[in-house]
Every structure is written in structure tokens, then in C-alpha cells.
Design a binder for this molecule. Structure first.
Ligand code: AMP
Ligand code: ZN
Length: 488
């Protein structure tokens, strides 16, 4: 859209880097392109919404960098080989691929429902055994490894930088203590397995370094460097991955290449329920499908997960989910209003200026380590003021495109404005429930429809009727000009 005012210089992007413990200005290594590696899900079960907190953060990150004009090259792995997967597949007498395929597909469906963009490379660990073997060979050449009982371990004492990411001090860990549970013999309890000897009856790969299966950490180093080069811009994951997973990724990659592995490490804090981390092992989790089955919409869930800045702990409640639903509704109603209402001709410089201000506040918030809460506040302040302005006839026809352009920018990041929840829920086999609209929300929409009818804006009135019908709310106009509603 052409603009007649000078574009304000954008604030530099700052990210909190776990490696340095500081907020740092961000510049990619290769001008114009940002290379990101994201630890993906372990596909042994459905992902829970704690996992999706982290995946939504990563999606906001890539969408924001694109908005700032960068090309994105993102790799996400599917961890489709680990002890549980191998064990579960062996118990069922099926191949690893057969066992993980169902959950890999479910993950893709969930991503679509949550509008999480597909990374440029979504790759499976089991398709990269050769790259892992080659990396282990490289480490062996440089004497970073040793063999014990058919497994290959990484010798941590050879890598002086060990601990620089997690700031963990392992000097006090005694031989015999267990940092990672492992039943093989290690020279030092801190050492970790790069390659694990086969267990009877379980799947293994026959390779140049012997039969066995890869350790978890080597997967990510090998896949990251294959697609992104030896030094990448950003590596993301949940905070629980800092130690030992990411610490070990650094040790493996930097020992092999002699170069810095990752320039910026970004970690999302946990989603918690009643004070505890949501996790499979605690049993306190909801999968995306659990929430959809209760009638919650994908857009409410995405909005909720995106609304808390990623470095703050996220306290999940159903109240919060309900509020997220009404926030999305308010924004969608505003867009419908802008697109359907007949505004008086002309334009107001004051309104234009207000939109520019909101846009700057929105962008500055995201530049500040992706502060989504402030970005949302800037958006809602604007929507509230413009709704009032419109009620008073102060929003003019020619102001509307600028407001819509701002909302388009908003949605390039938050991706909740398209009213496609019902279709998405149907695609996953769930019915869109009517119960999700509270009485107060229904009353508010009914009142808005009455106001539209009074000003003879029948198009808007019909929109609202259709919107309510979509959610199973039926309106009956009474003879005295009032309206009654009921749930289908
Ligand atoms: P996993 O499938 O266990 O490998 O986890 C996938 C991603 O979800 C990783 O980045 C984890 O750090 C992240 N994650 C796991 N639990 C939570 C949680 N409760 N809150 C936020 N992120 C989580
Ligand atoms: Zn990883």
C-alpha cells in the first residue's frame, strides 16, 4: 500500500540469548537469510499443549523475522528413534516407521489446526543415520570418543567449553553418580552416548561404526549442520532442553568443526498447570485434541499460547482459554465491521496517526524479544478506540484501508483472524461446540445486531445472525422489535 508519510526506522531486533544470558541485537550471519534449528517432537504419542506453547513461540519467531524482511530457512526434526519408541515398536512387533507414522501425521494435522507454518525442512532422525555415523567418525578421529560395551561415548573432559550454555558446574559430580540414566559403562558419569549398542530383540542399524542406534543428541547436531551449515543463527527449544540436550549438541558440533555452532539460543519457558510443568510423565496434560473435544477452538488455543511472552512461565487455565476465545471474537467482529459497515466519506488525519502509533507500538514490542503481550495490548487499545470512533461517525471511509492493513500485519504474526475454526475442527473429527460462546458474549452480539438494525445496516445485522448460527445460536425476532435467542 502506498504511504504518504515517511516510514519510521524500525527498532533493531533484540533476542535474549541463553548462551550469554543477555538481550542482544540480532543480525543473521548471511545477509537477508535467517537459519533456524528447532528441536521437534518425539513422535511416540500425541503432543500436548505444553509442547505447542514452544512450537507456537517458534512459529511467532519465524513469522516475525519474515515480517522484518528476512528469508527463513528453518529445520525441524521429528525424533522418531529413542528408547521408548524402539521399545514400544518391539513390543507391538511393528517397525519404527509404522509405530511413529501415526503420531508424525497427528503432529502435522495439529500444526495445520494451530496455523503453525511448515518449516522449510521437516526431517526425520531415522532418515539421517548416515550423517550421524559420519559425525561420530569425525569425533572419533579427533579423539573425542571412546567405546565401551559396544556403545560409543563422548568424552566431556576433552571439551573445555562444556557447561557454557547451561552454566552448570559438573566438577562436583562423582564417578558412579548418574547424570543421565544409562545402563552402559562410562569412564565418567558426565559422558553421554553418541551411539548405543543394540539390545536383544530391538531394532538396530548395521553401520561402519558397528551395529546400534544413535543417541538423541547426535541427531540434532547432524541434522542441523546438514541443512544449515556449521554455524547457524538461531536454535530454539523448551527450557528443559538446555541441559543436557543443547549443551551436548554444542559439545559434539563444536568439537567436530572447531566453529561456533549456534549464534543465538532461544528457549521457551514452560507451560504449567497448578504450579507444575505440563508433562507426559506427570499425567497432567491436555493434548490439542483433548481441548478440541471439549469444544475449544484452534484459534482460541493458538491465541492463548501466543499471548504470554515466551520467556515467561505460562499458567494454563480454562478461564484463560475462554478469555482468549472472546479476544479473538472481538478482533474478528471488528474486521467484519470494517469490511461491511458503510462509513461516512473522507478521512481523519487523527485516526491515521493513531493507526501509525499502534503499528509502531506493535512492531517495537515484537522487536523487544517478541513481547507478544505488549503487541496485543497495542492492538486492543486501537480496536477499542476505533470502535468508539466508528460509533460516533468519526471513522471515515478512507481511513479503513490503513486499519485493515495494520490488522493484516497483526495477523501475519498471530494468525487468528480467519474464521475457519469449524472447518479445522471438522477436519480433525470434532464438532464445533456452541457452548463455547458465553451468555454475555451472545448478549453482546445480539445487542450489536440490534444497533445495526436500528441504523438500518441490515448487512451487518445478517452477518451477526449468520455468525451466531454458525455457533449454534438461533435468533427469533419478537413482535415488539426485541429478540430472543436460544442454543440449538
Ligand atoms: P518432546 O516431544 O518431549 O521432545 O518436546 C517437544 C518440545 O516441547 C521441546 O522443545 C520441549 O522443550 C517442549 N516442552 C515440553 N514440555 C513443555 C511444557 N510444559 N511447556 C513448554 N514447552 C514444553
Ligand atoms: Zn534437539
Amino acid at each position: 500500500m502506498a504511504r504518504c508519510h515517511p516510514v519510521e526506522p524500525m527498532e533493531p531486533i533484540r533476542f535474549h540469548n541463553t548462551l550469554t544470558g543477555r538481550l542482544e541485537p540480532f543480525e543473521p550471519l548471511h545477509p537477508g537469510e535467517v537459519r533456524i534449528y528447532t528441536c521437534g517432537p518425539t513422535v511416540y504419542d500425541y503432543a500436548h499443549i505444553g509442547n505447542y506453547r514452544t512450537f507456537v513461540f517458534q512459529d511467532i519467531l519465524r513469522r516475525y523475522l519474515r515480517l522484518r524482511g528476512y528469508r527463513i530457512r528453518q529445520v525441524m526434526n521429528l525424533t522418531d528413534v529413542d528408547d521408548r519408541i524402539i521399545q514400544n515398536a518391539a513390543e507391538r512387533g511393528i517397525s519404527i516407521r509404522e509405530y511413529t507414522e501415526k503420531y508424525a501425521q497427528a503432529f502435522l494435522e495439529d500444526m495445520r489446526a494451530l496455523n503453525i507454518e511448515m518449516p522449510e525442512h521437516l526431517v526425520r532422525a531415522t532418515d539421517h543415520i548416515e550423517e550421524m555415523v559420519a559425525l561420530i567418525e569425525r569425533l572419533t578421529e579427533k579423539t573425542y570418543t571412546y567405546r565401551s560395551d559396544g556403545s560409543i561415548y563422548y568424552r566431556i573432559t576433552k571439551f573445555p567449553g562444556y557447561g557454557k550454555l547451561s552454566k552448570i558446574d559438573l566438577s562436583g559430580v562423582q564417578a558412579g553418580a548418574r547424570v543421565e540414566v544409562d545402563r552402559y559403562e562410562k569412564d565418567d558419569p558426565r559422558d553421554f552416548a553418541l551411539w548405543k549398542a543394540p539390545k536383544p530383540g530391538e531394532h538396530f542399524w548395521e553401520t561402519r561404526i558397528g551395529p546400534g542406534r544413535p543417541g538423541w543428541h547426535i541427531e540434532c547436531s547432524a541434522m542441523a549442520m546438514k541443512y544449515l551449515g556449521e554455524t547457524l543463527d538461531i536454535h530454539t527449544g523448551g527450557i528443559d532442553l538446555v541441559f543436557p540436550h543443547h549443551e551436548n549438541e554444542i559439545a559434539q558440533s563444536e568439537a567436530a568443526t572447531g566453529k561456533p555452532f549456534v549464534r543465538y539460543w532461544l528457549h521457551a519457558e514452560h507451560l504449567i498447570v497448578e504450579g507444575e510443568k505440563m508433562s507426559k510423565s506427570l499425567g497432567n496434560f491436555f493434548t490439542l485434541r483433548d481441548l478440541l473435544a471439549r469444544g475449544h477452538r484452534p484459534s482460541s488455543i493458538r491465541y492463548l499460547l501466543a499471548s504470554v511472552p515466551y520467556r515467561r512461565q505460562f499458567n494454563f487455565t480454562f478461564d484463560g482459554l475462554q478469555q482468549a476465545a472472546s479476544s479473538v471474537e472481538r478482533l474478528r467482529n471488528f474486521v467484519v465491521r470494517l469490511k461491511t459497515e458503510k462509513f461516512p466519506p473522507g478521512s481523519h488525519e487523527r485516526i491515521r496517526e493513531r493507526v501509525r502509533q499502534a503499528e509502531a507500538a506493535f512492531e517495537n514490542a515484537l522487536a523487544d524479544d517478541l513481547n507478544t503481550a505488549v503487541a496485543l495490548a497495542a492492538t486492543f487499545d486501537l480496536v477499542r478506540e476505533l470502535n468508539t470512533a466508528a460509533d460516533h461517525g468519526e471513522l471515515r471511509e478512507q481511513d479503513v484501508p490503513a486499519v485493515l492493513a495494520f490488522l493484516e500485519k497483526f495477523d501475519a504474526i498471530f494468525a487468528v483472524l480467519t474464521d475457519d475454526d469449524a472447518a479445522k475442527m471438522r477436519a480433525l473429527g470434532f464438532a464445533a461446540a456452541s457452548a463455547e460462546l458465553s451468555d454475555a458474549e451472545i448478549e453482546a452480539l445480539v445487542a450489536e445486531r440490534q444497533a445495526a438494525r436500528r441504523r438500518r445496516d441490515f448487512q451487518r445485522a445478517d452477518e451477526i445472525r449468520a455468525q451466531l448460527a454458525e455457533r449454534g445460536i438461533i435468533l427469533e425476532d419478537t413482535r415488539d422489535g426485541g429478540v430472543r435467542w436460544k442454543r440449538k
